[in-house]
Ligand binder design. Sequence first.
Ligand code: FES
Ligand SMILES: [Fe+2]
Length: 402
Amino acid sequence: MAHSVTPGAQTGRMEWLPIARAADVSTRPLAVTAAGVPLVVLRPEPDAEPVVFADRCPHRLVPLSAAKVENGRLRCAYHGWEFDASGQCVDLPSQEGAPPPRASLPRGPQVRVRDGIVEISGLPPADPAELFTNEDESLLRAWHPVGIVGKDDMSEVELLGTKYRPGEERTQERWGLLWLAPREPAVELFDDPDHDDANYVGAWLPPARSPASAGIVADNFLDVAHFPFVHAKTFGAAEEKIVERYAVTDEPWGCRSVQDQWFDNPADPGVAAGLRPVRQRRRATYVYRAPFQLMLRLEELDAGAVKTILFFAQPESLTSTRIYTKMLFHGIGGVADPPPDVIRSEVAFEEAVLEEDLELQRTLRLPGLPLRMRDELHVRADLLGVHMRRVLTRLKEESQPA
Ligand code: FES
Ligand SMILES: [Fe+2]
């Protein structure tokens, strides 16, 4: 629960603000707001004195109030970076070696407990102001999905904080979606996958909504380091935490990254038949196109199965993003066209995976994606997200009146 307090009493020359009742502060991080600044207050151990930090992880600014405390350390919910009671980053799971000094939390305010009240002195700076929100002007110059053809009522749709009537606007159909561009688009839709590829069986997930901005939703889709933490209940527990260095190729208004990985494939019928080992190779191809067109193709190189996830975000308003996910299957379970029960279970699994991401997105307090490199701490695993930020920065810059 979030508490809000206003500046409090003065003691001597130091101003102390009450932020919480000491009895409410435990090893479960508590979000508070003091003089407009989001803070997190917690006890690193059940009997320890309270500590207070700015309520954001230096990595991707996710609130630390969503973190877990374990063995005296605070572990961020998104990528599992761990901080000790002094705020020093002591573990950065996606890469080897000691975390860089900037990964540590900026020093928090001074803290004291008086008459059962936790008080602080010296507020950390407020959140960065430059965020790419769902109502950024530059988004007028791009294609946006506004509904599934044949399924959604599209007489009037919400986009960029406005209502549009697609019948009166520039639209096109692609991948079974209707797309709308309010102004002359700077970017076209990408070509993948081959839209007339008859070898694929397609299925939609029910469209979902996130309170996070489309930029954050897209960044989450491109993120390759969060699986062991956000997706621990579905597939993440067995995933490798270290993210090997990977390459990203620039494409017009986007990028592409091909990553080969090892994984266990017990569901491959060829494993039971003794034709192949359970440890197999997988190729993951990520494609990004501005502003929020995404694709992930997962090819099981040994078993021959291909699963493609098309993922598109509709920036509806400052507090709402609609998410469309279409899956394309080929060769799942050893047959070219997987039967309906296989498709159903694949879709249900993907829905559970998406729900884990949405759960994290619901904890976010920032209304947009930071674009300035210095506002976050990008590490090796974040290369795709860095490319996306660069593309969105360019879209923003080129949309500004000269
Ligand atoms: S570890 Fe906190 S946002 Fe990545
Ligand atoms: Fe995810």
